[in-house]
Design a protein around this ligand. Sequence first.
Ligand code: HXC
Length: 510
Amino acid sequence: MQDILEKLEERRANARLGGGQKRIEAQHGRGKLTARERIDLLMDPGSFEEFDMFVEHRCTDFGMEKSKIPGDGVVTGWGTINGRVVYVFAKDFTVFGGSLSEAHARKITKIQDMAVQNRAPIVGLFDAGGARIQEGVAALGGYGEVFQRNVLSSGVIPQISVIMGPCAGGDVYSPAMTDFIFMVRDTSYMFVTGPDVVKTVTNETVTAEELGGASVHTTRSSIADKAFDNDVEALLQMRRFIDFLPSSNTSPVPELPSFDDAERFDMSLDTLVPRNPNQPYDMKELILKAVDEGDFFEIQEAFARNIVTGFARMEGRTVGIVANQPLVLAGTLDSDAGRKAARFVRFCDCFNIPIVTFVDVPGFLPGTAQEYGGLIKHGAKLLFAYAEATVPKITVITRKAYGGAYVVMASKHIRGDVNYAWPTAEIAVMGSKGAAEIIYRQELGEPERIKARVKEYETRFANPFVSAERGFLDEVIMPHSTRKRVARALNMLRNKELQNPWKKHDNIPL
Ligand code: HXC
């Protein structure tokens, strides 16, 4: 008996070596951890249970029958993160460059099926060279099977992708259909076709980093939601991130113990908004002062910085925060901001995460660049996302809420549940100067008269009370009491029930 047990241990030890010590050292030499080391850091100690450790490919072309490595380039299984079940697969770059074979794909789809059936998040750690070239079409079929499951799981369980090395060809489309993509700076890159193909087809000379590094995807393409400095930081941040997410679309939002008094006043908020309406201020200050312990996990912080999105907690329960940022483009909504925030709002709505919106928006960004770039459609995405969302929606207008952008930002008219404004709020069809110049166009040659007209318009509309009189706002609140008021509103809305009319699915302007 003892020898059988020893044989098992031997086989396991051999499988754990993946592509061998030399390749492990090469992996470390590039500043990367191996697949198993990554899983060990991600999961609670001792909680990971590996499946399919002895699976091998069945390819017999190109002499492949002579080179089989147990596990076939991907480590799969489940474990817990801070006590909650999570499924994981990690591409093992030391085995055929982590490339995907038919058998490798089957290991992933097994985990995907289990995750969706057992309603727990799935995390994929990517470090791979795309389709197993020796397998050809069998590998393509494998990708298709993975993609199909990504789509069916979308909106049912959170799917998270962490790019920790190369991610090219077929490997990019599975992450692209998951909820979040995180990258590691300098060691990871994502592209459909690499620098060599780019050179051949378009004659552009570009490095892998320039084509698809973390800086490109977090700032320009918006493919990635966040980047971290190294593997360890990325994995530890994933442990923090998972804590914000429900396990599935039928699970409650996680509730963590909070030591931050929900009734806490922050008197400094009373002076956050400057007297001069054109002077910016940092909306993140409000977010950090309103949420539990100032703990805010920002999503897409380097892209479309005129709108801020991310997760926080109120009284220990997850909320999604969306906020205009007056520091960037005066907080206007442009195409990028529309796309970014719409996707975030839809994620929250899928997973029953209440949305808190802080508004200071002077309107949509004017200009040909925006209009030619599809501002109408991209802006409509955010309007659509807010309007279809059935989760609790709480809105606080701190200063400007002008025109169409006012309606978009979770206004009462698109089923905002509780809509507050600070006394500094100005809810109007447009800024006073623009409005007076249109109404009194014939007086444009008389600066003093126009000045008086602007003042007149300002006095009438540059306040929250015209809206409050119509019930478009539920209450005008003291800035210092924002945390308390939002927390109370969230509590009041805990049992909210709202359903949209039955449909196969909607037709959001993509
Ligand atoms: C089989 C692969 C492989 C692949 C890498 N390897 N990619 N084996 N299929 N796709 C193997 C290498 O042969 C090598 O084996 C080991 O992995 C490490 O690769 P290196 O090239 O030495 O590493 P590095 O210099 O770091 O370069 C990594 C890389 C490069 C950039 C990923 O390997 C590469 O360009 N690979 C090919 C990428 C590609 O074209 N994939 C197919 C895309 S088509 P040894 O034994 O020497 O260690 C695709 C279509 C799917 O994916 C579409 C689905 C819809």
